[in-house]
Design a protein around this ligand. Structure first.
Ligand SMILES: Nc1ncnc2c1ncn2[C@@H]1O[C@H](COP(=O)(O)OP(=O)(O)OP(=O)(O)O)[C@@H](O)[C@H]1O
Ligand SMILES: [Mg+2]
Length: 374
């Protein structure tokens, strides 16, 4: 199927020309004046050599209480504030000399777009100013621009975070691989070779058979514990078997054992009514919160509280340590606090962190709990 060729441009021009030549002569000065008076934010001003307004039509200045009849006959300098006049005067003079120009003018807390054009009637030069009140348009544009900038900033921040997260993930994987290979792997090899010796018979130099076997059993048990710590870090399996209150208690206990941090724990059993995702999220927040206390707070005590209110399950982790300036965190390349916040945000929860040298640090993280059956 061939495409429709469209109207002949010559034909269109002829029609338009005929329409204009019929209509234009009928448009009188009054029609223009009525048209301008009807436009809410526009006006036309004619000014003479002295910058006197010889004509002003339209309601561009109505917002600031200046009606056309208050303006006609007055000098521009009498109407406009000195600062606005100093900007406009030079361009009006240039319009009188034949140069068109437009500008944006801030005046009386509003924003105007003014187009200046030369006009001459019976060889007397005049200037014409098309005056538009664009305050609303400009304010909307500014708001949109601010929102776009904020969005760009958020996206750049998210990209940066994603990049850092990948690096941290790689580092973490390398650390776990090293732990498994260099530590657990080597110890298993050692244990296996000692067991192989035993299989060949009792070593002649062995002082005490029971102590020897007992020592190997201790090694195997320690290996199990260390392996559990590593897998625990990777995936909190405890949450698959226990509810959140028990998992929190178990984590605090093993943390205390490993780091000597004394944790004062208060747990509300009703906090068990939480979806698995919420429980995993608060568990991760607790891991990071405790890790931060050990690494940064410089204290040997911490408080952990798990509560339940009608809508939320709330975890509070606090210490009386050295504190820090949360606002200055941007300079820090740590990811712990950001990921706590992100985790909570993803679940529609609330996160609050307060810290100062005087009070230490407190993190309050809440996620929606499961609705109770009434
Ligand atoms: N309980 C705390 N007491 C004192 N300072 C803290 C505490 N928690 C966090 N900070 C400060 O806030 C910074 C940011 O913590 P964040 O957990 O985000 O990163 P990080 O611990 O340095 O690194 P990582 O990415 O390994 O968690 C820390 O470097 C530390 O200066
Ligand atoms: Mg941290």
């Amino acid at each position: 199927m061939s495409e429709h060729p469209g109207p002949d441009p010559l034909f269109v021009r002829k029609i338009a020309h005929r329409a204009l030549s019929t209509v234009l002569p009928a448009v009188t000065a009054d029609t223009y004046a009525n048209l301008l008076a009807a436009l809410p934010n526009a006006a036309i001003a004619l000014f003479d050599n002295n910058l006197r307004l010889v004509l002003f039509r339209g309601r561009a200045l109505a917002e600031v209480g200046l009606q056309p009849d208050m303006l006609e006959g007055r000098l521009l300098g009498e109407v406009l504030p000195a600062r606005a006049m100093s900007i406009l005067e030079r361009l009006c003079q240039r319009a009188l000399k034949g140069k068109s120009k437009w500008l944006m003018l801030g005046c009386w807390s509003r924003i105007y777009e003014i187009h200046l054009t030369p006009l001459s009637a019976r060889s007397t030069p005049f200037g014409m100013a098309v005056w538009l009140d664009v305050t609303q348009r400009e304010l909307t544009r500014q708001v949109l621009e601010q929102q776009r900038n904020a969005l760009d900033e958020t996206q750049a921040h998210a990209r940066k975070l994603a990049g850092r997260l990948l690096t941290v993930q790689d580092t973490e994987r390398r650390r776990i691989a090293r732990d498994l290979h260099d530590d657990i792997g080597q110890r298993l090899i050692g244990l296996a070779s000692e067991l192989a010796h035993l299989k060949r018979g009792r070593p002649p130099a062995a002082p005490d058979w029971a102590a020897l076997v007992g020592g190997l059993a201790d090694q195997a048990r320690q290996l199990c514990r260390d392996l559990r710590t590593i897998t625990h870090e990777l995936h909190p399996a405890v949450l698959e078997y226990f509810a959140l209150p028990a998992a929190v208690a178990s984590l605090c206990e093993s943390f205390s054992e490993q780091t000597a941090l004394q944790i004062e724990l208060t747990v509300d059993e009703a906090a068990a009514a939480i979806a698995p995702k919420g429980a995993a999220c608060l568990y991760r927040v607790l891991q990071e919160g405790l890790r931060n206390i050990v690494r940064h707070a410089g204290v040997a005590n911490a408080q952990v509280r798990l509560q339940r209110d009608p809508d939320y399950v709330t975890l509070t982790i606090s210490d009386n340590g050295c504190g820090f300036k949360p606002g200055a965190r941007k300079r820090n390349r740590g990811l712990g606090i950001v990921s706590m916040q992100e985790r909570i945000k993803l679940l529609g929860g609330r996160f609050r962190l307060q810290s100062s040298a005087a009070t230490g640090t407190e993190i309050v993280a809440s996620v929606p709990g499961l609705k109770r059956e009434s």
